[in-house]
Ligand binder design. Structure first.
Ligand code: PMP
Length: 409
């Protein structure tokens, strides 16, 4: 294929950085490239790649519902009844009765007045944060918050300050500094992950809401990795701590426990109504397709009727925490099914990833900017449907490869 050569090679060519970007090629040449692997099967606990079967410990399919026959049937039925897409935004021609049914059921499940459904979780954070936070307002975020929160803050006109990861003393220091020294003319929104997507630890919500109350700050919790997992009913971080009435906005995604694609917020009716009329990512983007909505509705039903899935997830989680620590791996502060294996160097992380991959285990190699430079890790995550046989195989590979590479002794 021909490319336009005009300015290539000259100093101010916009594409100069692309031409000079060789890191991915270098890692491929070394045979260690871990990204964009095409899976040729359902993305369940076992996947087929290049004709080989691998145990998947790199997905967010926490409740094991992506290949549940009831969820798949619901998605197929909805496609047959409503078609394959909505061809318009929620605001105009893209709202189906199914979207309204889902919003009503989400609000009821989360015990809040109202819900709003977006097409992805990423858009949910972008749209919600940027439309609520204006020029004189302050955003206070955890240093390890997800990229979609960071980008939502960047899109807003508010001032952004970060506090040290899950450090409530630092949160108070930051708030005190701004409010008492600089004087603040607008409002404050604190946004945090409920469960941090790389570290796997849980936000210290009881202390956070107490501090928020002192500074009259609103609180938004991204429960992408908590819904279906934390709390007696699977309602996420607020339920886990018994603080449902203390969180102003809970955000979630459908791309993990809900086995679909899309995102949502729940909160007070007045806030949801405002966001609905001002969030550009909602208004100017096509709505979530009917099959995706129907999959979520079915998953929501199963989350409520089959608590044993959550129990199994926690049984598998505790087993992996215990066994990986026993093998000598550093898994940080995780408290959840997200279990990072802390390595440090990028190339060593890629090599470890390749060792796992070649031995039938699919995990994720995570480097900067998803984590701080020098803190590369292998992100593993577990599901309700992993069997002991699968997990024992994973542990055997971790023991063998970790020893061979000198990561554990
Ligand atoms: N928030 C968090 C904490 C996430 O981990 C993710 C996805 N990885 C998102 C938001 C974005 O969700 P989605 O995949 O639905 O765009």
């Amino acid at each position: 294929m021909e490319t336009r050569q005009t300015a290539i090679g000259t100093k101010n060519d916009l594409f100069e950085k692309c031409i000079k970007f060789t890191a991915a090629h270098d890692v491929k040449a070394a045979g260690l490239y871990p990204y964009f692997n095409p899976i040729a099967s359902e993305p369940g606990d076992e996947v087929i790649i290049d004709g080989r079967k691998l145990t998947m410990i790199g997905s967010n399919n926490y409740l094991g519902l992506v290949n549940d026959s009831r969820v798949k049937e619901a998605a197929a039925d909805a496609a047959r009844k409503y078609g394959s897409g909505c061809t318009g935004s929620r605001f105009l021609n893209g709202t189906l009765t199914l979207h309204i049914e889902l919003e009503e059921k989400l609000a009821r499940f989360f015990k809040r007045e109202s819900a709003l459904v977006y097409s992805t979780g990423f858009q949910t954070n972008l749209g919600t944060i940027s439309c609520l936070v204006g020029k004189n307002d302050l955003l206070v975020i955890d240093r390890s918050d997800h990229a979609s929160i960071v980008d939502g803050c960047r899109l807003s006109y508010g001032k952004i300050v970060k506090f040290a990861h899950n450090d409530m003393v630092d949160l108070e220091r930051v708030l005190n500094n701004i409010v008492n020294n600089n004087g603040l003319r607008g409002g404050i929104l604190i946004v945090v992950d409920g469960v941090f997507s790389m570290e796997g630890d849980i936000i210290k919500l009881p202390q956070l809401v107490e501090i928020a109350g002192k500074y009259n700050a609103r609180v938004m919790v991204d429960d992408a990795h908590s819904v279906g997992i934390l709390g007696d009913g699977g309602r996420g971080t607020a339920e886990h701590f018994g603080l449902i009435d203390q969180v102003d906005i809970t955000m979630g995604t459908f791309s993990k426990s809900f086995a679909s694609l899309g995102g949502f917020i729940v909160g007070d009716e007045t806030v949801i109504n405002y966001v609905k009329h001002f969030a550009r990512e909602l208004i100017f983007s096509a709505s979530i397709p009917p099959s995706n909505v129907a999959a979520v509705l079915k998953a929501l039903e199963i989350i409520q009727s089959e608590p044993e899935r959550r129990e199994n997830l926690w049984k598998n989680t505790h087993k992996m925490h215990y066994e990986l620590r026993r093998l000598g791996y550093n898994i940080g502060q995780t408290e959840t099914p997200i279990v990072p294996i802390l390595i440090g160097e990028d190339m060593q992380t890629f090599a470890f990833w390749k060792g796992l991959f070649d031995n039938g285990v699919f995990a994720n190699a995570i480097i900067s900017p998803a984590v701080a430079p020098g803190n590369a890790l292998i992100r593993t995550s577990y599901t309700a449907t992993h069997t002991d046989l699968q997990l024992d195989h994973v542990l055997e590979v971790f023991e063998r490869i970790g020893k061979k590479m000198g990561i554990i002794s």
